[in-house]
Design a binder for this molecule. Structure first.
Ligand code: IDP
Length: 141
C-alpha cells in the first residue's frame, strides 16, 4: 500500500459534542498521522465551494447551512492507504447504515449531521487538501 494523504473534516455537530479528541484517537490508533490541522468557521462561500460537486443535489442548501452552523476541525491525515482507511473509520454516509464502532455509528445523529467528512478518492483528496492548506502548512512527520 502506498503512503497517502487525505482530507478529513470534523463537522460542526461533532465539534459541538466535544469529541475532537476521541476522533483523533481513532485516526492515531489506525496508524494515521495528523500532518496539518486547523479549526475554522467556514463562510457560506467556502462551504459552497468545498461542496460544489453537490450543487445540483436537493440537499445542497441544507448541507451548506449545516457546515456553517459552527466551527469545524479540518485536518490532513497521512498513512498507508490513508484515503480508504479514513473512509472505513468514518462508516457509511447515513449513520443508520454505518457499521458498529465507526465514527458515524458512534457520534452522528443523522445523514445531515454525520460528524465527519473524508475525501472519497485520491484525486479529490489532492483537490480538497489544496482547498484548505498551502503546501507549506502540511508537515512531513
Ligand atoms: P460522504 O460524506 O459519505 O462522502 P457524500 O455522498 O459525498 O457522502 O455527501 C456529502 C454530504 O452530503 C454527506 O456527508 C451528508 O452530510 C450530505 N448528504 C449526502 N446525501 C444526503 C441526503 O440524501 N440527504 C441529506 N444530506 C445528504
Amino acid at each position: 500500500m502506498a503512503l497517502e494523504r487525505t482530507l478529513s473534516i470534523i463537522k460542526p455537530d461533532a465539534v459541538a459534542k466535544n469529541v475532537i479528541g476521541e476522533i483523533y484517537s481513532r485516526f492515531e490508533k489506525a496508524g494515521l498521522k495528523v500532518v496539518a490541522a486547523k479549526m475554522k468557521h467556514l463562510s457560506k462561500q467556502e462551504a459552497e465551494g468545498f461542496y460544489a460537486v453537490h450543487r445540483e443535489r436537493p440537499f445542497f442548501a441544507a448541507l451548506v447551512e449545516f457546515m456553517i452552523s459552527g466551527p469545524v476541525m479540518v485536518q490532513v491525515l497521512e498513512g498507508e492507504g490513508a484515503m480508504l482507511k479514513n473512509r472505513e473509520l468514518m462508516g457509511a454516509t447515513n449513520p443508520k447504515d454505518a457499521a458498529p464502532g465507526t465514527i458515524r455509528a458512534d457520534f452522528a445523529d443523522s445523514i445531515d449531521a454525520n460528524a465527519v467528512h473524508g475525501s472519497d478518492s485520491l484525486e479529490n483528496a489532492a483537490i480538497e487538501i489544496a482547498y484548505f492548506f498551502p503546501a507549506t502548512d502540511v508537515y512531513a512527520r
